[in-house]
Design a protein around this ligand. Structure first.
Ligand code: GLU
Length: 520
């Protein structure tokens, strides 16, 4: 058996050209975005070009919404392409559906040279063949029934309009290539059979169009998911048949769910737009995706896109599947949230509050800018500054932007809805709770409006809490601080009562304390 070998191709840094080639048959998901990211980093690192190519030859399954989602998702992540369907480039068009004439030329060449042939076998015939092969323990493959039809016979059948496809005459040999991640990879193509490369001259299939495009677009490195590794020997042989050079390949390990099966919808969110909706920041996703199957070999965990371009390398990518760990993504997201200036963070949080109908933007009379926000429940207007105060006391706790709603909704409510049981700290009796709240209310009502700030509130409430503990002959400040905090927030966990009271303001704080007293 002869052997096909592709060696690493040496390309000067400036000549590197890589591509991300999604099919717009679904939303941009984590696996695809990771492939795009690695290609992008590789291009930048090597001062090369990153090309976006839309593989939409499957007309039935390709949809414009998916293409839009893919482009928007990449932009949001900060992954920019140098050539692509929206910006053009020297090797366009960048949408396969617009490149049919190019594929046709190469298909005709293969047919003419006898390296491809028309096949007229019907579905039923192929199915019967498949069943037979399996029954005798052979892997199913095309037997080559139409491989030796005479030219005249083919012409006759074509002119009769018999349904046909175009098959590639697969050479039987060992294909060996050096994968930048997996090392030496070997395939025996004798069991593959002659694959269909086009439905007809105008409708090529994936393995064929990809080979033509990678060549025509001067792609030097094909970096893609491991699910494509079995396509690589087929593509290498098609390249040989067309007299093309081979790109260098790198197959990224699969992303696995916590149960170590291939990551899918079953494991929760996979679409990038879903992560975006939940309030993950692009920086966190980038950092997270880079670590799917890669690590820098140090303890360092925080990597911006720019620092990845410096430190990321394909040779530190593992071969085994990369297990997806949502806790890590949450950790990174919390980190990037804390890094975000509070004004910016507030801007990012506002849409979530608006979406939940807690606040509503108030537009200037010319509808050009938002001059404030209305609290829907009370009708009261607040400004952006006020919202930054709310966000700032929760910045430490936020792991996802969407959590802002659950954490801070009590600021936007007229009356809180909670069980009075929640006001109880340890063994407190109702009488004691009432007493504690009344003490707090009395002391706080004495503070002047202009002194209403966190430090003073803390000083006064802590002093009262200590006095109360002494009176109750118990230990700890919780006997006062817990019921006060619950009265202000209606929640078992929240920011401290001082921070909350400061932002609520004197009037609302006292009102909430009184409402709690009345409840008991
Ligand atoms: N259109 C293919 C996909 O979406 C591209 C595979 C490749 O990179 O060659 O998986």
């Amino acid at each position: 058996m002869t052997e096909s070998r592709t060696e690493f191709r040496f390309v000067k840094p400036g000549e590197v050209r890589v591509r991300f080639a999604p099919s717009p048959t679904g939303f941009l998901h984590l696996g695809l975005a990771r492939t795009a990211l690695v290609n992008y980093i590789f291009a930048r690192k090597n001062e090369g070009k990153f090309i976006l190519r839309i593989e939409d030859t499957d007309v039935k399954r390709s949809k414009e919404v998916f293409e839009k989602d893919i482009l928007e998702g990449l932009k949001w992540l900060g992954i920019k392409w140098d050539e692509g369907p929206d910006i053009g480039g020297n090797y366009g068009p960048y949408r396969q559906s617009q490149r049919r004439a190019i594929y046709r030329r190469y298909l005709e060449k293969l047919l003419k040279e006898g390296k491809a042939y028309y096949c007229f076998c019907s579905k039923e015939e192929l199915e019967a063949e498949r069943q037979y092969q399996m029954s005798i323990g052979q892997p199913p493959h095309y037997s080559g029934r139409c491989a030796s039809l005479s030219k005249e016979e083919v012409e006759r059948r074509l002119s009769e309009g018999r349904p046909s496809v175009i098959r590639f005459r697969m050479p039987s040999r060992k294909v060996v290539f050096n994968d930048l991640i997996r090392g030496r990879v070997e395939f025996d193509t004798s069991l593959i059979g002659d694959i269909v490369i086009a439905k007809d001259l105008d409708n090529p299939l994936y393995n064929f169009s990809v080979v033509v495009d990678d060549f025509e677009m001067k792609i030097t490195h094909v970096i893609r998911g491991e699910d494509h590794i079995s396509n690589t020997p087929k593509q290498i042989l098609i390249q040989e048949a067309l007299g093309f050079s081979h790109p260098t390949y790198a197959h990224l390990p699969l992303i696995l769910g916590p149960d170590r099966t291939k990551l899918s919808k079953r494991h929760g969110a996979v679409a990038i737009s879903e992560y975006r909706k939940k309030g993950y920041l692009p920086q966190a996703l980038i950092n997270f995706m880079a670590f799917l199957g890669w690590n820098p070999g140090t303890e360092r965990e925080i990597y911006s896109l720019n620092s990845l371009i410096k430190d990321f390398s394909l040779d530190r990518i593992q071969k085994s599947g990369a297990v997806f760990n949502i806790k890590r993504l949450d950790f990174l997201n919390g980190f990037y949230i804390r890094q975000t200036p509070v004004e910016k963070l507030t801007e990012l949080c506002i849409p979530y509050l608006v979406e939940q109908n807690l606040i509503e933007p108030v537009w200037s009379s010319d509808k050009l800018y938002v001059k404030g926000y209305k609290i829907v429940a009370t009708g009261k207007t607040i400004d952006f500054n006020y919202l930054t105060k709310i966000v700032s006391i929760y910045r430490e706790r936020l792991k996802k932007l969407s959590e802002i709603v659950e954490l801070t909704d009590f600021f936007f409510k007229e009356k809180l809805d909670y069980e009075k049981q929640l006001l109880k700290w340890r063994e407190m009796s109702e009488r004691e709770i009432k007493y504690a709240l009344a003490r707090a209310e009395k002391q706080l009502s004495r503070i002047e409006e202009e002194d209403w700030d966190r430090e003073i509130l803390q000083e006064i409430l802590v002093r009262e809490a200590e006095k109360l503990a002494e009176k109750l002959k118990r230990e700890g400040r919780g006997y006062l601080l817990w019921p006060v905090r619950v009265a202000l927030t209606g929640k078992a966990t929240s920011a401290s009562p001082f921070e909350v009271a400061e932002v609520l303001g004197k009037e609302r704080t006292l009102r909430r304390l009184r409402q709690a007293i009345e409840m008991i």
